[in-house]
Design a protein around this ligand. Structure first.
Ligand code: PMP
Length: 357
């Protein structure tokens, strides 16, 4: 019998993340996680959480973490911001979803590239936001001119994912100049691996929101810490949305862990450098084997082989316990996205690719 209550269900296809294997033997290069541990002080801060940290509710807006962030922004990104310019949530996915809800309420479509983070269309479906996806060019380049049409908002990752390609501040500035009347979100999930942060432009553009995460460069994907930086007005609006459905997103352990990570800037920089050095070495080795590898400003590579198909490389590596990412989608159907692991992991991957050849 037809169950009438089902007709009110939402009709949505959720975002699919990289597979999470059960076995520890797997070399996991499919979710852009960092292969190195977080700073030692992070684990110490987690262990030091006292009973009160569990018994009591955390700060509603993770204020101690925002204060610590504000103190480190000058040395990390060369900008000075107040805690009032910072919003914190459970990873940048939570932060982005909150921003979509807060800012994308126009009848006009929001704009994002056709090849980009695949969560954007999912939030649009969920929140009933109309959207259009200007096409990237043959080299996966984004043309700011495509974002000059009437729209209800713009969201672009810089560097872009899954293409790994980063653009300079001139590009972001051009986007902002063409979009004075809507909120422009620059998703900087990968900014620490290359490129200049758009945080520098916040003073000039009140409609700019920059999002970042501790999941990649700070090795804390499991802790779920993400943030947005913007004018006080934008940040207040995001808190109004957050406080309308989830008042206490970050727990006390995450707040303590985030503060500890910020305090060890040397560790942060050396861990990011290690990933970048491995990335550049592997990109070179892959090119020598006949891969076209996009110039990466991230902790992953976006590559296509001259003769072997992405599907066969993906399947071959998977059989050997090496997980990378491949999408059977237009434009990127023959491309692989490979997260940078440790040197040892990457050497094993290269050996497996050579074996296939
Ligand atoms: N933006 C982009 C472009 C990403 O690739 C990711 C990672 N999947 C995120 C945002 C979200 O990361 P997190 O929620 O772990 O901060």
């Amino acid at each position: 019998m037809e169950k009438l209550w089902r007709k009110n269900f939402i009709n949505i296809e959720p975002y699919t993340a990289g597979e999470q294997p059960k076995s520890d033997d797997i070399i996991k290069l499919n979710a852009n996680e960092n292969p190195y541990p977080p700073a030692p002080a992070v684990l110490e801060a987690i262990a030091a959480t006292k009973a009160d940290g569990m018994r009591m509710y955390p700060s509603m807006d993770a204020m101690p973490l925002k204060q610590e962030m504000a103190a480190h922004l000058p040395s990390l990104y060369g900008v000075k911001l107040a805690p009032e310019n910072i919003f914190i949530g459970n990873g940048s996915d939570d932060v982005l979803a909150t921003a979509f809800r807060a800012f994308f309420n126009s009848d006009k479509p929001i704009l994002f590239p056709d090849v980009t983070y695949s969560f954007y269309p999912v939030w649009c479906e969920l929140l009933k936001i109309p959207f259009e996806t200007p096409a990237v060019d043959g080299d996966f380049g984004i043309d700011p001119a495509d974002y000059a049409k009437p729209n209800g908002g713009v969201v672009i990752p810089n560097p872009n994912a899954p293409t790994s390609i980063g653009r300079g501040l001139d590009f972001v500035r051009e986007l902002l100049e063409k979009n004075r009347d809507c909120v422009v979100i620059i998703d900087e999930a990968y900014i620490d691996f290359g490129g200049e942060s758009a945080l520098k432009l916040l003073g000039e553009y009140e409609n700019l929101l920059v999002t970042q995460t501790y999941s990649k460069s700070r090795s804390m994907a499991g802790m779920r810490i993400g943030m947005a930086y913007g004018s006080e007005e934008l940040i207040q609006m995001m808190y109004a949305v957050k406080d309308s459905y989830n008042s206490y997103p970050l727990d006390n352990v995450a707040i303590a862990a985030g503060i500890a990570s910020l305090r060890d800037e040397d560790y942060f920089r050396s861990s990011v450098e290690k990933v970048k050095t491995t990335r550049d070495r592997i990109a070179g080795e892959m090119r020598a084997l006949g891969f076209d590898v996009a110039e990466s400003s991230t902790n992953f590579l976006f590559a296509e082989h001259r003769t072997l198909t992405a599907q066969e490389i993906f399947a071959h590596l998977r059989e050997r316990g090496i997980y990378i990412r491949y999408w059977n989608k237009p434009k990127i159907g023959n491309r692989l996205r490979i997260t940078i692991g440790t040197d040892e992991q990457m050497d094993k991957m290269m050996a497996a690719i050579k074996e296939l050849m």
